[in-house]
Structure formats: structure tokens, C-alpha cells
Ligand binder design. Sequence first.
Ligand code: PLP
Length: 482
Amino acid sequence: MITKESLSRNLLAAQYAVRGPIVHRAQQLEEQGRKIIYCNIGNPQALKQKPLSYLRQALSLLEYPPLLERQEILHSYPRDIIEKVKSILERHPHGTGAYTQSAGIPFIRQAVADFIHKRDGIPTDRDHVILTDGASKGVQASILALLKKPNDGFMIPIPQYPLYSATITLYGGKQIGYFIDEENGWQLNETILTASVEKAKREGIDPVAIAIINPGNPTGAVLSYENITMIVGFARRFNLSIMADEVYQENVYDPKAKFHSFAKVMHEIGETGVSLFSFHSVSKGFLGECGHRGGYVEFRNIPDDVLSELVKLQSISLCANVDGQIATYLMVTPPKVGDESYETYVKERDGILAALKAKAELLGEEINKIDGMSLAVPQGAMYAFVKFELPPDPRVDMSTMSNVERLDYESKRDEHYCLGLLEKAGLCVVPGSGFGQLPGTLHFRTTFLPPLEEIKEFVKKLKEFHLRYVQKLEESYQLSHS
Ligand SMILES: Cc1ncc(COP(=O)(O)O)c(C=O)c1O
């Protein structure tokens, strides 16, 4: 029988905090009958967000086309959805149970290209679009394709979404972390970027790409146009490909912030020498269809022979799942004014986005009232990266610690805190060390996806827990001192 020792070193080394031991413990407590508020993962429908009727109505007919013959059933479907389903089946008569072309169903790739053109007003080409099983598979394929030798490095934000660090470890590449600037709304900072790439080079790492998450996970920040322009210039200077993770592009709540795609900015500044991989998904936005695993990657400034290799890579897993491809089609071709389903679609879409905005604001306001906690009200995405302070332990001298020792010490502190928050208050969040954080700071990441009432309960319980936790720590330090 194999043992853990028989497994890939890279697999053993890879870490994925979002589904780590704290979540496991939360599930155990729940099985014992405890009420847990899950704020650990951006999984909207698991946190009571309703699926859009439009999307589910279309999928239901597509999964079982004989329903299209049943007039008594069709009465309950809006006419435009029936027509849309028929037109999908005309163009794709095999339905959902057959493999498709490796890169995805051609008319869906065309619809994605049209969606990008409409969003950004830039030229697009369906041959530069590959449909993927969620954005994750697009990110993983891009890292795999760009990783030529073990010392090739990928610049990833700190804090980051652990898909990046875990995949780089899994495929045997090197991470080049760059801190994003909490004091400056979590924007990227050119001096920090340059310092981290140059340090990596001195250590023998060859930087090949930079990953950017915009709007941000776990920060909820939205990058400004100027910041994106700076990043493109930086990528050009260091000959890096850009991996733009734009899965939260619909999730912008701050009226002063605006989503700008890397594709649009690069087009507008005339950048044709930097290769761009951009990712989108049906999992986020207002669809929240994480389980359907739909998404795409769009390539720019990539020669045809490279494109063929990327399609070949996709063909090794045959194709993305077809329900996910169709969910992507439905995402990029929503109901239009005048369609019977339009009103419901708009009502559901706006309801979800307005609720997310209200919850982001409530969380931001209430957390800032807690002594020792701070948070920039999230401008977008579905997360808040909450900074908190704990009293220093007089027995620990941080000044003698190396950076690694310090990160290790701090990760134990934030893990202990988050475990306590779960055990005592039933709140499941993820320690900041799972995403990376500036030495000397402590954070946890929470989503603001649960219903408003639960967010209110969350903040109340968080406050009670935090004050008690800090008080107990202070008492224990005094005892150990006396
Ligand atoms: C920044 C970011 N990228 C990618 C993903 C994965 O998305 P998908 O479900 O499309 O694979 C997530 C999921 O939370 C995410 O936060």
C-alpha cells in the first residue's frame, strides 16, 4: 500500500488555507450541532445566495431537451429562454453530454469575444479564447505552460489567493511574492515590485510572469487605471507575461472605483509586446455558479504557434465541462431589454449586488469600531482582509528573529486566534498567514457573503470574542511576568 511518503513532494508541500484545518474543525463542530457562520470561502450559493432564474431555467431545458416538446411545462418558462435554448441546440446539436472541441464550443468562444469587445470597445478574436473549468483551470494551465525550468519564478501578490502559491509549488516553480500596499488601498507599488523582482534575480530565479488579482482577493481592492498602466510598464521592463485574474469584475461597490480590464488598458496605451492571459469565471459576480465550473482565458500578444500549444494543453484534458461552457455563454449573453426574462434578471442581479454592497459597508463600518481592528471598506470582490492587533508577548523577542522565524511565529498567532474565533464564537474565517501578510501585521480574511442578519451577528460575536481574547492574553502575560 502506498504511504504519504510515496506521494509527490510538490503535492505534500502545496498549501491551501481556504480549505485547511480550521474549516475541517468547523465541519466537525457543525456535525456536533454547533451553529457555524461560514465566512471562509467565496462560495455564494453555499451561503444562501439564490441562483439567477434565467441561468437555471436555460440549463434545465438544455439538460433535458424533451421538455421542449411539453407545452404544459413550457408555459412556466419565459419565451426568450425557450428560443435561446433552441438556438443553442441548433448550433450545438450534441447537447451537454458529448465532448466539444478542445478550446470550447466555437459560438460560445465567439460570444465571449463579443462580450469583451462590448465591455472594453477593443478588437477581439475568438481564436484567442479558451473555455475552461472555472478560472482555476485557466490559471493552472497558464502556469504549467510558462514554467520552463525549476528556477522560473512567478510574481504573486502578498496577500494572494492561494490558488497561485499552491499551483506554483505543485508544478515545481518559484514564487516571487510582492507586497501590496495596505496603507495605499492595496494598490501595487512600483518600488516594491522592482525590489522583489531584483531580489529574486539575485537569488538565481528567472521571473517569467506576474499575477494580479483585480478586484482583489483577499483585499477587496479595485486597481486604478494608473496603477494598471504602471504594472504593464513594469511587466514590459522585466519581460514578464501578465496573468490578470479578473473573476470579480462585476463585484465593484464603491462608486468612486471602476473596473478596468488589463486588455483594455493595454490596448489604449498601445502595448503590443507584453503577453496577457486574462481569466474570468461564472463562479463570482452575481451568478455565483461555482459548482458549474465555467470560465475562460483570453490571450493577447501571443503568437499563433504558442496559441496552438495552449490549445494542445487544453486538448490533453479533452475539453471544459459542457454545462460550464454553457453557463459561460449565458453569463456573456444576458437577457436584453424587451425579453420576457429581462425584468426578473435585472431584479435578481441588482438585488444580489446591492446586498453585497450593503454588507461590505456594514462590515467595514462595524469592524472599524472594534478596538484593535481596522479595515478599509472593501471596494469590490467578496472579501475583507481585516487587520487586528494583539498585545506583544513580553517573553518573545522579535528583534532576534529571522524573517522566516517571525512569519512562522505570526502564523501560529493568527491561526490560534482564528481557531479560538471558531471554537468560542462559531465564526469560520481564514488566518491571514494563509494568504501572506507583511511581517509585523496580523489579519484574517472573511467573506461578506452570508445574509445581512448573519453579518450583523458575525460582527457582534467578533467584537465580544476579540475583547475577551485580548484581555486573556494580557492577563496571561502579566501572570508570566510576576
Ligand atoms: C481570485 C480568484 N481567482 C480564481 C478563483 C477560482 O475561481 P473558479 O471557481 O472560477 O475556478 C477564485 C475563487 O475564489 C478567486 O478568488
